[in-house]
Design a protein around this ligand. Structure first.
Ligand SMILES: Cc1cc2nc3c(=O)[nH]c(=O)nc-3n(C[C@H](O)[C@H](O)[C@H](O)COP(=O)(O)OP(=O)(O)OC[C@H]3O[C@@H](n4cnc5c(N)ncnc54)[C@H](O)[C@@H]3O)c2cc1C
Length: 423
C-alpha cells in the first residue's frame, strides 16, 4: 500500500507532523520502533526556558537571540504561535494553558522552578510566578518524590514573588502491588477510588489559601481524578512532574494517538525504518524491517522524526563516528575531527549536544552545500542539529514547532535543487 507521507518516529515531533498532515487530507503511516520520550518527559511544551544562562520570561521575544542554525531559525514566530494554538486545540481533553508570549514557572520533582510555555491544566495551577502559599503532598512508598525536598528548594529559589511552601506525607491505603511506580499509582486513581481517600486525607489539613501540589499520578486514562479533587477540595490542586515514567506524558500520547486514529492514520510499532529506495533525488519508498523481513512502503513524502541519541535516531559507535541511522544523512554540529570526547560532568557543555541534521526552511535535511539531500524528505524534533535542549529547556517546544512546520513544508512544496551527490 502506498501513502502520501510516511512518518518515522512516534515521539512528539512525529505525532504532531502526522496529525497536521492527516487533518489536511493526507493518507499517513507512522512507523516506530517504540514510543518516544512522551512516556518519560513531563507533558509541558517547553519552547525556550534559558538563553545562555539567563532565564527566559517570554519565549517569543527571546527566540531571535538564538544562534544561527538553531531549529527555531526555520520556524518564524508567527508559525510557532500558530503551531502552539493548533496543539492546544488538538489536545483539548487535557486543557493546555499558556502560549509563546510568557513562560509559566512550574515546580519540578526536585523543587526547581522550570519555565514552560504550555502546560496541561492539571499542572498549570502550579505556576509559581504569582507567589503565595503552597503545600506539597507525597505518598509514602511512592518512589523519587520527596515533598520536603521540593518545599525546601522552592523556599530558597529565586522567584518573582516570594512563596511559602510546606510538605505533607500521606499513607495511601494498602495494596498488594509492592512497586508503587507512577503508573501503578495512576492506575489506582483510575480504578480504586483513591480520589476519595485523598479528599478525606487533605480536607482538614490544608489551609484555604494554600495551593496543593501532588505527584503527577492522578489517573492514567484522563485527568478526571484531578478535576474531581480540585472540585471537592475547593482549592487549586496541581500535579508536579515526577521522574520517569511520566503519567501526564502518557495521557498526552494517548490524546494525540486517539486523534490520529480517528483521522485514519495508521500507526505501526515495533518496526525499524532502515533505508529508502531513491530515484532522481526523491525517496520513492521507505524500507521498514520487522522480525519477518523488510517491507518497502511507496511514498510521496517522508518525515524523519526519529529523535536524537536517546531514541536511536543518531548513533555514536565505538570508533567515535556519529551517524544518522535511517537514511545516513550528512550531520552538522559535530565536534572538529572525528574524535568525540565527552565533557567530564553530565551538565557540562557536551561536544555532541548540537549534533543532528541541518535543514532548509522547509525542514528538508541539507548537505554541506545547503542543498536538500532528498526533495521529499523533511525532518523534525530531536534529530535536528543546532539546539541544546537540555540547557535551553526547549526539547518539547522544538518537537511541536518543527513537527508542525515539517508538515507545512510538505503541504506547500517548493522546487529546490537536490544535492548532486545523492542523485
Ligand atoms: C527523561 C526525559 C525528560 C525530559 N524532560 C524534558 C523537559 O522537561 N522539557 C523538554 O522540553 N524536553 C524534555 N525532554 C526532551 C524531549 O522529550 C525531547 O526533546 C522530545 O520529546 C523529542 O521528541 P522527538 O519526537 O523528536 O523524539 P523522540 O520522542 O525521541 O521519539 C523518537 C521516535 O523515533 C523512533 N525511532 C527511532 N529510530 C527509529 C527507526 N530507525 N525506525 C522507526 N522508529 C524509530 C522511536 O522509537 C521514537 O518513537 C526530556 C526527555 C527525557 C528522555
Amino acid at each position: 500500500m502506498s501513502y502520501d507521507t510516511v512518518v518515522v518516529g512516534a515521539g512528539l515531533a512525529g505525532l504532531t507532523a502526522a496529525l497536521r498532515l492527516s487533518e489536511r487530507g493526507q493518507h499517513v503511516l507512522i512507523v516506530a520502533r517504540g514510543v518516544g520520550a512522551t512516556h518519560l518527559a513531563p507533558a509541558t511544551v517547553d519552547v525556550l526556558g534559558y538563553l545562555g544562562d539567563t532565564q527566559v520570561a517570554s519565549p517569543a521575544a527571546s527566540l531571535p537571540g538564538l544562534s544561527n542554525g538553531h531549529p527555531y531559525g526555520h520556524v518564524p514566530v508567527d508559525q510557532l504561535t500558530t503551531a502552539l494554538a493548533w496543539f492546544c486545540a488538538h489536545t483539548a481533553a487535557l486543557g493546555y494553558a499558556g502560549g509563546p508570549g510568557e513562560n509559566l514557572l512550574l515546580p519540578t520533582a526536585l523543587g526547581v522552578p522550570k519555565p514552560s510555555a504550555l502546560a496541561p491544566r492539571s499542572m498549570a495551577g502550579g505556576d509559581l510566578r504569582a507567589g503565595g502559599r503552597f503545600v506539597f503532598v507525597g505518598f509514602k512508598g511512592f518512589k523519587d518524590f520527596h515533598p520536603t525536598l521540593i518545599a525546601a528548594n522552592l523556599a530558597r529559589a529565586r522567584l518573582p514573588l516570594s512563596i511559602e511552601a510546606r510538605a505533607l506525607e500521606l499513607e495511601p491505603p494498602p495494596t498488594r502491588r509492592g512497586d508503587l511506580s507512577g503508573r501503578v499509582m495512576a492506575g489506582r486513581f483510575d480504578n480504586e477510588q483513591l480520589t476519595d481517600w485523598l479528599v478525606h486525607a487533605l480536607e482538614h489539613r490544608v489551609e484555604p489559601d494554600e495551593r496543593i501540589g501532588v505527584p503527577a499520578v492522578l489517573g492514567l486514562r484522563s485527568d478526571a481524578p484531578w478535576q474531581e479533587l480540585e472540585k471537592r477540595l475547593q482549592r487549586k490542586v496541581f500535579e508536579v512532574a515526577t521522574l520517569p515514567p511520566s503519567v501526564p506524558g502518557i495521557r498526552l500520547f494517548q490524546a494525540l494517538s486517539a486523534a490520529l486514529r480517528s483521522g485514519g492514520v495508521r500507526m505501526v510499532f515495533g518496526v525499524t525504518a532502515v533505508g529508502a529506495r531513491i530515484n532522481a533525488g526523491r525517496i520513492e519508498a521507505v524500507e521498514v524491517a520487522n522480525a519477518t523481513g523488510t517491507h518497502a512502503y511507496p511514498v510521496t513524502s517522508v518525515v524523519l522524526a526519529s529523535g536524537g541519541f536517546a531514541s536511536g535516531g543518531l548513533e555514536l559507535d565505538s570508533f567515535g563516528t556519529t551517524r544518522e541511522t535511517v537514511f545516513d544523512l550528512p550531520l552538522s554540529g559535530l565536534p572538529e575531527g572525528h574524535r568525540v570526547r565527552f565533557a567530564p560532568r553530565y551538565f557540562d557543555e557536551q561536544p555532541l549536544a548540537t549534533a543532528g541534521v541541518a535543514t532548509d526552511d522547509l525542514l528538508r535535511p541539507v548537505d554541506g552545500s545547503s542543498r536538500p539531500v532528498y526533495e521529499n524528505l523533511h525532518a523534525a524534533g530531536a534529530i535536528l542539529a543546532g539546539a541544546t535542549p537540555w540547557k535551553e529547556k526547549s526539547g518539547t517546544g522544538i518537537s511541536v514547532a518543527t513537527g508542525y512546520a515539517a508538515a507545512e513544508g510538505i503541504l506547500v512544496p517548493a522546487a529546490a535543487p537536490v544535492s548532486e551527490a545523492v542523485r
